[in-house]
Ligand binder design. Sequence first.
Ligand code: ADP
Ligand code: MG
Length: 228
Amino acid sequence: RELAQIEADKLKLIGTIAAGTAHEIRNPLTGIKGFISLLSQKYTDERDQYYFALIQTEVKRINDIVSELLLIGKPAGLRKETIVVQDVMKEVLPLFESEAQLQHTRVTADLPAYPLRVSISPDHFKQVLLNLSKNALEALEGGGEISIEAAEEGGRIRIRIADTGKGMSAETLRKLFVPFFTMKSTGTGLGLVVCKQILDSYGGSLIIDSRIGAGTTAMIDLPAVQTL
Ligand code: ADP
Ligand code: MG
């Protein structure tokens, strides 16, 4: 438990540094991106083009890392409000469905008719949904199914994002929340760290259940807002 606190403090510090230096990192990156694009018009040799593409991929990676670290730095920086889960879902689902279609993946959403209310910044909530659904899509590779379910269970709002993807080994499951741990060549290893950090800061949690070869279920758990 103490170790977890040290890890959390360390992360917070990294986030604070990222928040302070984000512009200083992003501005030169924009320059690099632009000049590489110029050079790639001049040097059209196949091998040069390959190198340019690699540089662009790596620049994007740095950008992704900075974006995610920014979220770790100020989870409390955004304003909390009472949101209806279904309303935010309706905004996020189309983005996600179009992405899924390209990968021959079917997405089903089973949301109750009664409104599910939680107190959270809508931007944070969207970020969590997007990170988890992105992982689900990436786990499917050649296609499959993703199902999203939400319900109120004993004063908690639970949202489950389940995929029929490749699942994870016990070893991977153990390292999920270690910053920068990734099994993907273009991953940042920060997606789940950010989700957990965000949910923790609202009195919630993130629970991942997975079986290798069978699939993964990510469960968002947040306190329900009680209405009279
Ligand atoms: P990233 O996606 O950048 O690798 P994440 O923190 O989002 O970072 O995920 C960390 C690792 O956890 C992934 O590299 C992957 O190995 C594993 N993982 C996460 N979600 C899933 C999932 N739905 N199915 C299988 N593996 C997953
Ligand atoms: Mg991810």
